[in-house]
Design a protein around this ligand. Sequence first.
Ligand SMILES: NC(=O)c1ccc[n+]([C@@H]2O[C@H](COP(=O)([O-])OP(=O)(O)OC[C@H]3O[C@@H](n4cnc5c(N)ncnc54)[C@H](OP(=O)(O)O)[C@@H]3O)[C@@H](O)[C@H]2O)c1
Length: 373
Amino acid sequence: MVLFYTRPTSLIGRQWLRTYTTARSNLTVDALVYSQYGKPTDVLKWHSYPLPALTSETVHVKFLASPINPADVNQVQGAYPLKPPFERLAESDDTKYAVGGNEGVAQVVAVGDNVKGLKIGDQVIMANAGYGTWRTYAAGPASDFQALPMADNISKIQLATLSVNPCTAYRMLKDFVNLKQGDYVIQNGANSAVGQSVIQLAKAWGIKTINVVRNRPDIDDLRKDLEQLGATHVITDDTLGSHETKSMIKAWGQPKLGLNCVGGKSATEMARHLSANGQYVTYGAMARAPLALPASLLIFKNLAFHGFWMSRWTDTHSVEERTNMVNELIGLMKQGAFTEPKWTPVEWNEQAVKTAVDQGIQGFGTGKQVILF
Ligand SMILES: NC(=O)c1ccc[n+]([C@@H]2O[C@H](COP(=O)([O-])OP(=O)(O)OC[C@H]3O[C@@H](n4cnc5c(N)ncnc54)[C@H](OP(=O)(O)O)[C@@H]3O)[C@@H](O)[C@H]2O)c1
């Protein structure tokens, strides 16, 4: 007996509605799976199983590319609130598995007779997080996938990395402050994929950015790269507390919005640069250090502190809203105003992916690691 999932009914402790089929196709799925949480290099393993046969209600998709995001690693470690269920992937499986990965682009290769809205050749992203994208094929109902508008000048890397980081940047720039042309945003982790998305969207919308990165020997190259992408200013986190930086930011214009994916001391220093009544959004914790907030920022500057989680947004907003956002991002890609993140290819084999996952959490990387199937 083989099973696959339909759309989950709730976000945390998701309950998947299951449809069972005993039939199998003649395609074999190769997947990077785990059967328990732990150190990714210890628990991730290669697993091959037959793809469930096509039914009148399902589609088959072939994965083209899938990134390795920090949350994917946390998920395998068991340190992420969204926990896919461990399930038998094929009748022959004695062990229950979850498939790694949450994001990617796939192509529809077969469509059941009653399926509406998808056709062979369509390129799709996953409708929900927690789908398991580190695999060659998947079978499921059309509601598991969202078709993308086709465009010749958009790369598969752009599509594979579209649903998490650009959407997160889009929402954070739109949903917390009404930013007008010329307003400033400050962000740390500015060289991350989210950071690069913030820079490009802000530029497209006439918003200025102060981009905080960690200092490094080749900081001038990184500064140049981010400026080419559209960054207004690039500064290093070790200067955030200095009087000189304070005066400089005052002269540029104090930001109305701060975006924090780092935490720790530099995230506190960044908050001090916001304008009165500014909004500060935390969406990651790469430094694994708590965000300490001086009372004065709340009492006298009236700053407001928020968290943002894209998975929650997707769960609480309509498919139509997500489609509109994705289409707007694709429109910017078509115009050349939103490029792929800096990335490095990862070969599709067990050792290469494990090595990449290990590197993905070490910092000072060479760009988003993307598995090419
Ligand atoms: N809440 C949400 O919905 C949501 C959605 C998407 C992403 N995120 C979060 O956003 C963050 C960035 O994700 P991404 O995929 O864009 O990342 P990414 O492209 O993989 O880049 C990782 C970023 O983290 C920085 N970093 C790594 N270790 C660090 C440390 N110890 N201290 C400070 N910075 C460190 C890196 O800077 P260096 O080059 O200096 O190492 C780089 O800027 C992650 O925390 C991710 O979980 C959250």
